[in-house]
Design a protein around this ligand. Structure first.
Ligand code: ZN
Length: 150
């Protein structure tokens, strides 16, 4: 597929997920954390319903730019129903993919669409906001604390 067409597809996927975020809402559960990205103004709260080592449900609420919203939306789709270890593996791979330009396993399509932000540090923060918040929850570093990309 030619590069231009691919970028258009990626762009429309980002817009679709930012306009119609999946798994948007809140959950009543003890596993939640807030994240904010002051440089852009993105704010979100992530809720994780985990039982028997499985992520049974995940939701997020908040507001932000198209990149932060679409990244959170796609992340929730990717980890819902997975085990905690699988989510940790994906998190580590995605961080390496964005920050160190490492390869991302094909099974994690369509998260590859965010490769284009690597050269733009401020945009990287938007994309990683939900992932940093997930990291915080998975490490179980006290709830309620606000994760900041700064
Ligand atoms: Zn942003």
């Amino acid at each position: 597929m030619d590069q231009e067409l691919l970028e258009e597809l990626y762009q429309s996927l980002v817009l679709d997920h930012s306009r119609h975020p999946r798994n948007f809402g809140t959950l009543t559960c003890s596993c939640h954390a807030k994240g904010k990205n002051p440089s852009c103004g993105d704010e979100l709260e992530l809720f994780l319903d985990e039982k028997d080592n499985t992520i049974r449900d995940v939701k997020f609420s908040g507001q932000g730019c198209a990149l932060s919203m679409s990244s959170a939306s796609l992340m929730t789709q990717a980890i819902k129903g997975k085990t905690v270890e699988q989510a940790q593996t994906l998190l580590a791979q995605f961080l390496d993919f964005i920050l160190d330009e490492k390869k991302l396993d094909e099974q994690y399509e369509p998260l590859h669409i965010f490769a284009g932000v690597r050269d733009f540090p401020l945009r990287v923060k938007c994309v990683l906001l939900s992932w940093r918040t997930l990291e915080h929850i998975l490490r179980d570093e006290t709830n309620q604390k606000i994760v900041s990309t700064e």
